[in-house]
Design a protein around this ligand. Structure first.
Ligand code: CO
Length: 291
Protein backbone atom coordinates (compact mmCIF):
# COMPACT_ATOMS: atom_id res chain seq x y z
CA UNK A 1 0.00 0.00 0.00
CA UNK A 2 1.19 3.51 -0.73
CA UNK A 3 1.21 6.07 2.04
CA UNK A 4 -1.90 7.69 0.57
CA UNK A 5 -3.72 4.34 0.57
CA UNK A 6 -2.77 3.80 4.21
CA UNK A 7 -4.16 7.21 5.13
CA UNK A 8 -7.41 6.54 3.24
CA UNK A 9 -7.74 3.21 5.09
CA UNK A 10 -7.44 5.06 8.42
CA UNK A 11 -10.23 7.43 7.39
CA UNK A 12 -12.39 4.47 6.34
CA UNK A 13 -11.76 2.65 9.63
CA UNK A 14 -12.64 5.82 11.59
CA UNK A 15 -15.84 6.05 9.52
CA UNK A 16 -16.83 2.42 10.12
CA UNK A 17 -16.32 2.73 13.88
CA UNK A 18 -18.28 5.96 13.85
CA UNK A 19 -21.33 4.60 12.05
CA UNK A 20 -21.67 1.80 14.64
CA UNK A 21 -21.16 4.25 17.50
CA UNK A 22 -23.72 6.67 16.06
CA UNK A 23 -26.41 3.96 15.86
CA UNK A 24 -25.80 2.75 19.42
CA UNK A 25 -25.70 6.30 20.80
CA UNK A 26 -28.97 7.28 19.12
CA UNK A 27 -30.73 4.39 20.91
CA UNK A 28 -29.69 5.87 24.28
CA UNK A 29 -31.41 9.19 23.63
CA UNK A 30 -34.73 8.78 25.43
CA UNK A 31 -36.72 11.00 27.80
CA UNK A 32 -35.33 10.92 31.34
CA UNK A 33 -31.88 9.61 30.32
CA UNK A 34 -28.82 11.52 31.56
CA UNK A 35 -26.81 13.49 28.97
CA UNK A 36 -23.61 12.78 30.88
CA UNK A 37 -24.27 9.02 30.79
CA UNK A 38 -24.82 9.17 27.01
CA UNK A 39 -21.66 11.23 26.45
CA UNK A 40 -19.49 8.86 28.48
CA UNK A 41 -21.09 5.79 26.87
CA UNK A 42 -20.30 7.17 23.41
CA UNK A 43 -16.71 8.19 24.10
CA UNK A 44 -15.96 4.85 25.83
CA UNK A 45 -17.52 2.90 22.96
CA UNK A 46 -15.24 4.70 20.48
CA UNK A 47 -12.18 3.65 22.52
CA UNK A 48 -13.46 0.05 22.89
CA UNK A 49 -13.75 -0.19 19.12
CA UNK A 50 -10.14 0.95 18.66
CA UNK A 51 -10.62 4.62 17.79
CA UNK A 52 -10.27 7.84 19.75
CA UNK A 53 -12.82 10.64 20.10
CA UNK A 54 -11.82 13.36 17.61
CA UNK A 55 -13.72 15.83 19.81
CA UNK A 56 -16.05 15.60 22.80
CA UNK A 57 -19.44 14.23 21.76
CA UNK A 58 -21.67 17.23 21.11
CA UNK A 59 -25.18 16.80 22.54
CA UNK A 60 -26.98 19.98 21.50
CA UNK A 61 -30.68 20.38 22.22
CA UNK A 62 -33.49 22.51 20.76
CA UNK A 63 -32.15 25.99 19.87
CA UNK A 64 -28.54 24.90 20.47
CA UNK A 65 -26.79 24.16 17.17
CA UNK A 66 -23.44 22.84 18.38
CA UNK A 67 -20.63 22.77 20.97
CA UNK A 68 -22.73 21.62 23.90
CA UNK A 69 -21.27 18.73 25.89
CA UNK A 70 -22.03 17.72 29.50
CA UNK A 71 -19.92 19.05 32.37
CA UNK A 72 -18.20 16.74 34.85
CA UNK A 73 -21.12 16.56 37.29
CA UNK A 74 -23.87 17.35 34.83
CA UNK A 75 -27.38 16.53 36.10
CA UNK A 76 -29.29 17.31 32.89
CA UNK A 77 -31.66 14.68 31.45
CA UNK A 78 -33.43 14.55 28.09
CA UNK A 79 -36.94 15.97 27.95
CA UNK A 80 -39.15 16.50 24.89
CA UNK A 81 -36.09 17.80 23.03
CA UNK A 82 -34.84 17.84 19.48
CA UNK A 83 -31.35 16.38 20.04
CA UNK A 84 -28.32 16.74 17.75
CA UNK A 85 -25.55 14.17 18.28
CA UNK A 86 -22.32 15.25 16.57
CA UNK A 87 -19.61 12.62 16.97
CA UNK A 88 -16.03 12.32 15.70
CA UNK A 89 -13.54 9.43 15.62
CA UNK A 90 -9.88 9.60 14.68
CA UNK A 91 -7.24 7.01 13.86
CA UNK A 92 -3.76 8.56 14.17
CA UNK A 93 -5.35 11.98 13.66
CA UNK A 94 -7.38 11.04 10.55
CA UNK A 95 -10.91 12.13 11.41
CA UNK A 96 -14.40 10.99 10.47
CA UNK A 97 -17.19 13.34 11.54
CA UNK A 98 -20.93 12.61 11.58
CA UNK A 99 -24.14 13.95 13.10
CA UNK A 100 -27.76 12.91 13.40
CA UNK A 101 -30.85 14.36 14.98
CA UNK A 102 -32.94 12.32 17.41
CA UNK A 103 -36.34 13.93 17.75
CA UNK A 104 -38.22 13.63 21.05
CA UNK A 105 -40.07 16.90 20.36
CA UNK A 106 -42.56 15.91 17.64
CA UNK A 107 -40.91 17.74 14.71
CA UNK A 108 -40.22 14.96 12.20
CA UNK A 109 -40.36 17.30 9.17
CA UNK A 110 -37.60 19.48 10.59
CA UNK A 111 -35.39 16.40 10.96
CA UNK A 112 -36.25 15.29 7.41
CA UNK A 113 -35.28 18.71 6.01
CA UNK A 114 -31.67 18.39 7.22
CA UNK A 115 -31.45 14.72 6.18
CA UNK A 116 -32.84 15.40 2.71
CA UNK A 117 -30.43 18.32 2.25
CA UNK A 118 -27.48 16.09 3.16
CA UNK A 119 -28.61 13.37 0.72
CA UNK A 120 -29.15 15.94 -2.04
CA UNK A 121 -25.64 17.33 -1.47
CA UNK A 122 -24.11 13.82 -1.51
CA UNK A 123 -25.89 12.99 -4.78
CA UNK A 124 -24.77 16.30 -6.29
CA UNK A 125 -21.03 16.29 -5.57
CA UNK A 126 -18.09 15.00 -7.60
CA UNK A 127 -14.65 16.28 -8.53
CA UNK A 128 -15.05 19.62 -10.30
CA UNK A 129 -18.09 20.83 -8.33
CA UNK A 130 -17.95 24.29 -6.75
CA UNK A 131 -18.57 24.38 -2.97
CA UNK A 132 -20.89 27.36 -3.44
CA UNK A 133 -23.21 25.20 -5.59
CA UNK A 134 -23.35 22.58 -2.81
CA UNK A 135 -24.63 25.38 -0.56
CA UNK A 136 -27.26 26.16 -3.19
CA UNK A 137 -28.50 22.55 -3.23
CA UNK A 138 -28.67 22.47 0.60
CA UNK A 139 -30.53 25.79 0.79
CA UNK A 140 -33.07 24.81 -1.90
CA UNK A 141 -33.79 21.46 -0.24
CA UNK A 142 -34.30 22.89 3.26
CA UNK A 143 -36.40 25.77 1.90
CA UNK A 144 -38.64 23.27 0.05
CA UNK A 145 -39.60 21.86 3.49
CA UNK A 146 -40.58 25.35 4.69
CA UNK A 147 -37.50 25.83 6.90
CA UNK A 148 -34.29 27.87 6.70
CA UNK A 149 -30.68 26.70 6.61
CA UNK A 150 -28.30 28.08 9.28
CA UNK A 151 -26.16 30.27 7.05
CA UNK A 152 -23.30 31.05 9.46
CA UNK A 153 -22.44 27.40 10.10
CA UNK A 154 -20.65 25.34 7.44
CA UNK A 155 -19.28 21.93 6.67
CA UNK A 156 -15.52 21.71 6.34
CA UNK A 157 -12.47 19.89 5.09
CA UNK A 158 -10.60 17.43 7.33
CA UNK A 159 -6.86 17.12 7.80
CA UNK A 160 -4.65 15.19 10.21
CA UNK A 161 -5.45 16.40 13.76
CA UNK A 162 -7.40 19.32 12.24
CA UNK A 163 -11.15 19.04 12.51
CA UNK A 164 -11.97 22.24 10.64
CA UNK A 165 -9.69 22.50 7.62
CA UNK A 166 -10.49 24.37 4.40
CA UNK A 167 -12.60 24.37 2.31
CA UNK A 168 -15.77 25.53 4.07
CA UNK A 169 -18.90 23.82 2.69
CA UNK A 170 -21.61 26.47 2.97
CA UNK A 171 -25.29 25.82 3.65
CA UNK A 172 -26.30 28.54 1.17
CA UNK A 173 -24.90 29.72 -2.16
CA UNK A 174 -21.94 31.96 -1.27
CA UNK A 175 -19.48 33.97 -3.36
CA UNK A 176 -15.89 32.71 -3.44
CA UNK A 177 -16.46 28.96 -3.52
CA UNK A 178 -13.68 26.52 -4.39
CA UNK A 179 -13.61 23.62 -6.85
CA UNK A 180 -13.47 20.17 -5.20
CA UNK A 181 -10.75 17.76 -6.35
CA UNK A 182 -10.62 13.98 -6.47
CA UNK A 183 -9.39 12.72 -3.07
CA UNK A 184 -10.59 15.73 -1.06
CA UNK A 185 -12.11 14.66 2.26
CA UNK A 186 -14.93 16.84 3.49
CA UNK A 187 -17.72 16.85 6.07
CA UNK A 188 -21.08 18.14 4.82
CA UNK A 189 -23.40 19.30 7.60
CA UNK A 190 -26.68 21.03 6.82
CA UNK A 191 -28.60 22.59 9.72
CA UNK A 192 -32.31 23.40 9.34
CA UNK A 193 -34.35 25.68 11.61
CA UNK A 194 -37.79 27.20 12.11
CA UNK A 195 -36.02 30.34 13.41
CA UNK A 196 -34.13 33.10 11.60
CA UNK A 197 -31.38 30.88 10.14
CA UNK A 198 -28.45 32.27 12.14
CA UNK A 199 -26.59 31.33 15.30
CA UNK A 200 -24.64 33.34 17.85
CA UNK A 201 -22.29 32.54 20.76
CA UNK A 202 -24.30 31.83 23.88
CA UNK A 203 -21.36 32.46 26.22
CA UNK A 204 -20.68 29.36 28.29
CA UNK A 205 -18.27 26.66 27.05
CA UNK A 206 -17.33 23.11 28.00
CA UNK A 207 -15.15 22.46 24.91
CA UNK A 208 -11.72 24.00 24.30
CA UNK A 209 -8.70 23.60 22.03
CA UNK A 210 -5.03 24.58 22.09
CA UNK A 211 -4.23 27.59 19.93
CA UNK A 212 -0.57 28.22 20.78
CA UNK A 213 2.12 26.44 22.73
CA UNK A 214 4.08 28.80 24.90
CA UNK A 215 5.56 28.58 28.37
CA UNK A 216 3.23 29.15 31.30
CA UNK A 217 4.52 30.09 34.73
CA UNK A 218 2.01 28.73 37.20
CA UNK A 219 2.75 25.06 38.14
CA UNK A 220 -0.90 23.93 38.10
CA UNK A 221 -1.41 25.48 34.65
CA UNK A 222 1.83 23.89 33.40
CA UNK A 223 0.70 20.48 34.68
CA UNK A 224 -2.70 20.88 33.01
CA UNK A 225 -1.07 21.89 29.73
CA UNK A 226 0.90 18.62 29.69
CA UNK A 227 -2.38 16.74 30.14
CA UNK A 228 -4.09 18.75 27.38
CA UNK A 229 -1.13 18.16 25.05
CA UNK A 230 -2.40 14.59 24.53
CA UNK A 231 -5.21 15.97 22.37
CA UNK A 232 -2.79 17.86 20.10
CA UNK A 233 -4.81 20.40 18.08
CA UNK A 234 -8.13 18.56 18.53
CA UNK A 235 -10.92 19.88 20.76
CA UNK A 236 -11.19 18.48 24.30
CA UNK A 237 -13.83 18.63 27.05
CA UNK A 238 -13.22 20.29 30.39
CA UNK A 239 -15.01 17.20 31.77
CA UNK A 240 -12.05 15.02 30.59
CA UNK A 241 -9.62 16.85 32.87
CA UNK A 242 -11.13 16.01 36.26
CA UNK A 243 -11.89 18.10 39.37
CA UNK A 244 -10.36 21.37 40.64
CA UNK A 245 -8.94 22.64 37.37
CA UNK A 246 -10.86 25.93 37.04
CA UNK A 247 -7.96 28.12 38.14
CA UNK A 248 -5.47 26.45 35.79
CA UNK A 249 -7.97 26.52 32.89
CA UNK A 250 -8.54 30.25 33.41
CA UNK A 251 -4.81 30.90 33.45
CA UNK A 252 -4.42 29.06 30.11
CA UNK A 253 -7.34 30.97 28.56
CA UNK A 254 -5.93 34.32 29.79
CA UNK A 255 -2.51 33.46 28.34
CA UNK A 256 -4.26 32.71 25.01
CA UNK A 257 -2.91 29.13 25.04
CA UNK A 258 -6.34 27.50 24.95
CA UNK A 259 -9.57 28.93 23.57
CA UNK A 260 -13.19 27.98 24.29
CA UNK A 261 -15.78 26.84 21.75
CA UNK A 262 -18.84 28.64 23.12
CA UNK A 263 -22.23 26.96 22.78
CA UNK A 264 -23.94 28.20 19.59
CA UNK A 265 -27.65 29.03 19.70
CA UNK A 266 -30.24 30.10 17.14
CA UNK A 267 -30.67 33.89 17.34
CA UNK A 268 -34.49 33.72 17.52
CA UNK A 269 -34.58 30.61 19.71
CA UNK A 270 -35.69 28.48 16.74
CA UNK A 271 -35.48 24.69 16.91
CA UNK A 272 -32.57 23.22 14.92
CA UNK A 273 -31.97 19.88 13.19
CA UNK A 274 -28.65 18.67 11.73
CA UNK A 275 -27.34 15.84 9.57
CA UNK A 276 -23.68 15.20 8.70
CA UNK A 277 -21.52 12.72 6.82
CA UNK A 278 -17.83 12.61 5.91
CA UNK A 279 -17.10 11.85 2.25
CA UNK A 280 -14.13 11.29 -0.06
CA UNK A 281 -14.56 13.07 -3.39
CA UNK A 282 -14.22 10.83 -6.46
CA UNK A 283 -14.24 11.55 -10.19
CA UNK A 284 -17.87 10.46 -10.59
CA UNK A 285 -19.29 11.24 -7.14
CA UNK A 286 -18.18 10.53 -3.59
CA UNK A 287 -17.58 7.71 -1.11
CA UNK A 288 -19.50 8.24 2.15
CA UNK A 289 -17.23 6.84 4.88
CA UNK A 290 -19.67 7.36 7.78
CA UNK A 291 -22.67 5.53 6.26
CO1 CO B 1 -18.30 18.60 11.32
Amino acid sequence: MTETDEIIEKYRLAGRILSEVRAQTAEKVIEGESLLMVAEFTENLIREKGGKPAFPVNISRNDEAAHSTPSLNDKAVFGKDIVKLDIGVHIDGYIADTAITVDLSGNPELVKAAEAALEAAINFIHAGVNTSDIGGVIDETITSFGYKPIINLTGHGLAQYIQHAPPAIPNKRMPGGVILKEGDIIAIEPFATNGAGKIHDAGSAEIYHIVSEKPVRHPSARKLLVEIGKYKTLPFAKRWLGERIDFAMMALVRANIIRPYPILKEVQGGLISQAEHTVIITKEGCEVITR
